[in-house]
Design a protein around this ligand. Structure first.
Ligand code: NAD
Length: 484
């Protein structure tokens, strides 16, 4: 125990104390990274920043560990436990990295510039700046898709950003407190305690599971009089939930939800979200109004405006509605290799998941390292060729040219699927794992423990691992916090 305590202290100190960093170097090329999500953070983690002058631009100055967002929404985890300041990564890099909290508003692939606007709430006025880049990594992610369904934006909670989870937690507790207010009719109590989750993808499933856990483990002791009136409904437009998981795991999830009394309505579309109800279109196309206290919208994502604008500037090359078309090395088609696109804003043959984005990020770190070496050698070659020829320079030209040929070829990106995991509530998780050329589909309590350890080890820093583990322990000991 003492030894592990000392090791922990040493590692934590090392994390806190950065070394001396190289300053900005005008001879190096400028690499601008847009975003601070899975793709951008994984790139920053692996990138050797000595090769470039790196500028990171993102409206959030932190990385958010999205898989655990539903746990924040029900108060299992503290919001701060699943975010990591971007400067936490950059302060350990070999060369200083400029981190700018701003929203990219325009990319000009012709002039190679990025325009961005300040997102500061204090200043109140928006200031806009433009910077040039040599290479741009476009990793801006996606935004919530509402399909322009009336009332979604106004009346539903999303589950994409940290503030969405915090907002949902406040609303959810508000429903509980209002339902506990003396003198309410049973119909009003039932309405307030009816929680509707829209979307049977992994986000909707995990959120429903977490909601159920909260109700089961904490509500009964905090609000015993309300416990029997709570009701969760999951609405999915397709014939089944979790289409990306195997049939066996879909069945397992459905039976777990049934036992947990979570209603799954498949082939049912949400047509409108009102202040106190949702309008559903049932499988027989009939329309019903269902009273509810809270609607969580987890119905998928769409491209951001800045991404669509960039694609519109290259109409001959960028025609895929799903996102930016990239080549095998993640270079945006039509930009001569000056823009790379990774994560949810690009259209590849892989699902838009955190796992794909993070593998793309670390792949790109290697590729950018190779490109930096190539650019350096090209410059050297030019200098040598512009000098009067000598025996010595001829030999060097030959050797540089040979090395350049080797560096010219970039290894294409290959995604290696490590499996899909989802928490489904009641201390159970499901996992679809590639296993000895086959697939291992497992679900249950052991998978849940595996889910926990997999998530803990995927968290990027020792600090976040410690915070999440401590939060889990706190909930086991004291239950969730129900203060608003
Ligand atoms: P999703 O796109 O996977 O699922 C959204 C679902 O909402 C769809 O099944 C769609 O049919 C349904 N829907 C859309 N409009 C509807 C309407 N009006 N009424 C009823 N249903 C409607 O979205 P997600 O769950 O947020 O996932 C996004 C991506 O992130 C996916 O690629 C997913 O695999 C990944 N992800 C993975 C995990 C995990 O592996 N644990 C967790 C979260 C997200």
């Amino acid at each position: 125990t003492v030894a592990s305590g000392v090791t922990f202290y040493y590692l934590a100190r090392k994390d806190r104390t950065p070394g001396i960093q190289l300053p900005h170097d005008p001879t190096k090329k400028t690499l601008v990274i847009l975003g601070s999500g899975w793709g951008a953070t994984s790139l920053l983690n692996s990138l050797d920043t000595a090769d470039y002058n790196v500028i990171v631009i993102s409206p959030k100055n932190y990385f958010l560990f999205t898989p655990l967002l539903p746990s924040v929404a029900v108060g299992t985890l503290n919001p701060r436990s699943i975010i990591q300041p971007t400067r936490y990564v950059t302060r350990h890099k070999s060369r200083q990295v400029a981190v700018i909290e701003a929203s990219a508003t325009e990319v000009d692939p012709e002039r190679k510039t990025v325009t961005f606007a300040d997102t500061s709430e204090i200043q109140g006025l928006v200031s806009t700046t433009t910077v040039p880049y040599d290479y741009l990594v476009f990793a801006v992610g996606a935004e919530v898709q509402t399909f322009n369904i009336p009332g979604v934006r106004e009346n539903a909670c999303f589950m994409k950003e940290l503030e969405d989870a915090e907002k949902m937690q406040r609303r959810f507790l508000d429903c509980l407190e209002s339902a506990a207010f003396p003198g309410q009719s049973q119909a009003e109590i039932n309405r307030l305690l009816h929680m509707v989750v829209v979307g049977g993808g992994p986000t909707g499933i995990e959120l429903s599971g977490e909601l159920h856990d909260f109700l089961e483990e904490d509500l009964k002791s905090w609000f015993p009089e309300l416990a029997n009136s709570v009701h969760i409904t999951l609405v999915e437009a397709l014939p089944s939930v979790l289409p990306s998981f195997s049939k066996q795991l879909i069945d397992y999830t459905e039976s777990t939800f049934k036992a947990a009394k979570i209603d799954i309505l498949t082939k049912t579309m949400v047509k409108e979200v009102r202040e106190k109800s949702v309008i559903l279109q049932k499988p027989d196309k009939s329309i019903v109004e269902v009273p509810c206290g809270l609607v969580v919208w987890a119905a998928g994502n769409k491209l951001r405006q800045v991404t669509r604008d960039l694609m519109d500037k290259l109409p001959e090359h960028q025609t895929n509605k799903r996102g930016i078309t990239v080549d095998d090395c993640l270079r945006m088609v039509g930009t001569n290799g000056s823009i790379f696109a990774i994560g949810d804003c690009s259209a590849t043959s892989y699902a838009p998941t955190a796992q794909v984005a993070s593998q793309e990020g670390s792949y790109l770190a290697r590729i950018l390292g190779q490109i930096a070496k190539k650019d350096e050698l090209e410059l050297r070659l030019q200098t040598l060729q512009n000098q009067p020829e000598t025996e010595e320079s001829k030999t060097e030209i030959d050797s540089v040219a040979k090395r350049l040929v080797k560096l010219e070829k970039l290894r294409p990106f290959r995604y290696s699927h490590q499996g899909s995991l989802a928490y489904i509530g009641s201390d159970r998780a499901i996992a679809d794992l590639p296993f000895f050329n086959g697939n291992l589909a497992t679900g249950g309590v052991a998978t849940y423990l595996f889910w926990r350890s997999a998530y803990i080890s995927t968290l990027f820093s020792l600090r976040n691992r410690t915070l999440v583990a401590t939060d889990w322990l706190k909930v086991k000991l004291f239950g969730r916090d129900v203060s608003r």
